[in-house]
Ligand binder design. Structure first.
Ligand code: NAD
Length: 408
């Protein structure tokens, strides 16, 4: 199977078919500016020392400091982090925010660590990469399995290591430690603003049935936000199973069940199915909010949704993209649909640098405008070029990166 970065480069080639990308820019995007690796030595609770591989990929900073989350996952490797960093460059450009693309990761199963071990691991990451991070250099954020608490530890460690007191080097912090209002729900909220801007274009009804893969930060908040707006959440899943309920699930009750049992599976009153069953749910809108590589050539024929909105990064392979486009199932691409997270992260960075704290209503008003502008521009490009939304989103990003390259 192809690596996520090979898939990302294939996406670039698909976009090249719509509008030719200058060779210089293509080469830059294919070659991250810098990749740093470290082996983090962490003292475990039993007194032993374990080593964890860690990465930071600084993909491109033509439009501003590198920006992108840090992922803690047992399957994370440099190839995955490189692809995620590539998508961040395009995503920040699509959103029109003054940031470049980066990403970080540690190969670890964080659930197998105690809270103290997780804290020492997080602090070790910062000590290893402090030289290449900073408010004007590279600004990390949360991603899969990383939380506001982890960002707070990292901010504290960065301050200890460098003396920087701006707190603008990590975003996604808790409110008490310089976080922004609205950051916790920003990814899902941004996705919802995009959905609202495109609902008519996607030919979706005013009240949709919705299925969501992944019940973490992005998925949980998406379930709450779509339901509060009058849509019906007919299925959700996590790594242990899918639950289906035709009359609609109550996300808050599912969350309580997941907290008590460790999974959404076996939620009372719902039908529990295998994890991958979520992809074949009959619904108006299917929202992948877990990991990469979910829709592939071998399973895409099973999709029975009218539209897909990618809160996860990289859930659709280029082959699956082609198959969905041929079937007339629109895919709202990750670099647009989940850009709300990095947008509010950038607002947090700006607030920290200016010593300000914005009200939640201001944050969401700015977020809505950002997402609406990006969605509208991309839908117009898709129509002009008779192409899918991903190629249109790439086209918008590549035009803007080309302008930045000319000015550099
Ligand atoms: P998270 O760790 O909070 O949640 C991930 C969820 O995915 C968990 O519920 C996990 O059980 C589930 N999952 C894992 N494997 C699965 C499988 N095979 N089937 C079904 N569910 C599975 O992570 P998150 O922050 O919500 O991130 C989810 C996705 O959204 C990632 O692709 C991430 O890069 C992307 N994203 C997150 C943010 C953010 O701000 N958190 C921003 C942009 C994009």
């Amino acid at each position: 199977m192809e690596t996520p970065f090979e898939q990302a480069l294939k996406q670039l080639e698909r976009a090249n078919a719509v509008r030719t990308i200058p060779v210089g820019l293509r080469e830059r995007l294919a070659k991250p500016m810098r990749e740093v690796r470290a082996n983090l030595a962490v003292r475990m609770d039993d007194g032993s020392t374990r080593f964890f591989e860690a990465y930071r990929v600084q993909h491109n900073n033509l439009r501003g400091p590198f920006k992108g989350g840090i992922r803690f996952h047992s399957q994370t490797d440099i190839e995955e982090v490189r692809a995620l960093a590539f998508w961040m460059t395009l995503k920040c450009t699509v959103a029109g925010i003054p940031m470049g693309g980066g990403k970080g990761g540690i190969t670890v199963d964080p659930k197998a660590l105690s809270a103290g071990e997780r804290e020492r691991l997080s602090r070790a990451f910062v000590r290893a990469f402090a030289d290449v991070l900073g408010p004007q250099k590279d600004v990390p954020a949360p991603d899969v399995n990383t939380t506001a608490e982890i960002m707070d530890w990292m901010t504290d460690e960065f301050q200890n290591a460098t003396g920087d007191t701006t707190r603008a080097t990590f975003t996604g912090k808790s409110l008490a430690n310089g976080g922004s209002e609205g950051r916790g729900t920003a990814t899902a909220q941004g996705g919802f603003f995009v959905f609202e801007a495109l609902r008519a274009t996607l030919n979706l009804p005013a009240s949709c049935t919705v299925a969501i893969q992944g019940f973490g930060n992005a998925g949980t908040h998406a379930a709450e936000i779509w339901r509060a707006a009058g849509h019906r959440i007919v299925a959700v899943s996590d790594s242990k199973g899918t639950i289906f309920m035709a009359e609609g699930l109550d996300p808050a009750a599912v969350e309580t069940h997941k907290r008590a049992t460790g999974s959404v599976a076996n939620f009372p009153g719902a039908t529990t199915l295998p994890a991958e069953a979520i992809l074949a749910t009959e619904c108006d809108l299917l929202i992948p909010a877990a990991l990469e590589g979910q829709f592939r050539a071998d399973n895409v024929a099973a999709v029975r949704a009218r539209a897909i909105l990618e809160l996860a990064n990289g859930p659709t392979t280029p082959e699956a993209d082609d198959a969905l486009f041929a079937r007339g199932i629109p895919v709202v691409p990750d670099i647009l649909a989940n850009a709300g997270g990095v947008t509010v992260s950038t607002f947090e960075w700006e607030q920290n640098l200016k010593g300000e704290h914005w009200a939640e209503a201001d944050v969401f008003a700015r977020l809505q405008k950002t997402m609406n502008d990006a969605a509208t521009a991309i839908a117009a490009l898709a129509q002009t070029h008779h192409t899918d939304l991903r190629r249109a989103a790439f086209t918008l990003a590549l035009q803007r990166l080309e302008e930045a390259l000319e000015k550099s």
